[in-house]
Design a protein around this ligand. Structure first.
Ligand SMILES: Cc1cc2nc3c(=O)[nH]c(=O)nc-3n(C[C@H](O)[C@H](O)[C@H](O)COP(=O)(O)O)c2cc1C
Length: 203
């Protein structure tokens, strides 16, 4: 086995964990600053971690604008990245000053939240509005603080493009497959329905 202690480095060209735990869904997080500047950024340390109510989480490596805005305003949005929005999503990952509106930067129309003071990507097939539950600074197993910031938010409103509602189920149209982050410097995936398989749980 190739074995290593992550604290001492992996010794490879790219962090293998980013490929091994993947492909990962993308948290495209919309926020506003205390001054009202719109912000949008992708986070692949992201997931949904509860059923009712749904709770979204993402983790920022460093105290980034999204986290600062959520602490200032108490809310955020999530928008689904589909294949048609991949290039725009990537543009919103640019390290720009907090005063720059990243919706404008990426040429994206924004739709204000209905119940929170943050904006969704207007063309996203699905968007959710969230109220902040907590922002926690991570620490390691010996209690040493890390520069990782775990944000949890309760989903308080969900928006689905009616074109995705087919016979009572949710189906993304061709060309609008969800974009997933692979590892390495630039890998992404978009699921192909032909590789789908089904498996029922043991009773
Ligand atoms: C697909 C993708 C996934 C990313 N995932 C993360 C992540 O999980 N955590 C993180 O800190 N940065 C992540 N980044 C980098 C941030 O998007 C980038 O630092 C961005 O500028 C942060 O914006 P903000 O300061 O407006 O929050 C990711 C970038 C891309 C393109």
């Amino acid at each position: 086995m190739y074995s290593y202690d992550p604290g001492a480095g992996h010794g490879l060209a790219h962090d293998p964990l980013k490929t091994i735990i993947g492909p990962r869904p993308i948290g495209w997080i919309g926020t506003r600053s205390a001054q009202g500047v719109r912000n949008l950024a992708p986070y692949s340390f992201f997931n949904v971690v509860n059923d009712t109510p749904p709770v979204l989480m993402f983790c920022s490596s460093g105290y980034k604008d999204s986290v600062a805005n959520i602490e200032a305003t108490g809310c955020f949005t999530w928008s689904l990245v589909t294949r048609d929005l991949a290039v725009a999503m990537n543009a919103t990952s640019a390290p720009v000053p907090a005063a720059i509106d990243e919706f404008e930067l990426a040429g994206l129309a924004a739709r204000p939240g209905e119940v929170v003071a943050a904006d969704c990507v207007a063309d996203a097939a699905v968007a959710m509005e969230c109220r902040m539950i907590s922002v926690q600074r991570l620490h390691d197993a010996s209690g040493r603080p890390l520069d990782g910031w775990l944000t949890l938010g309760e989903v308080v409103r969900v928006h689905i493009d009616p074109a995705c509602l087919v016979e009572g189920g949710f189906v993304l149209p061709p060309g609008r497959e969800p974009v997933l982050r692979g590892g390495g410097p630039a890998a992404y995936y978009a699921p192909d329905a032909r590789v789908r398989f089904e498996m029922t749980r043991p009773q």
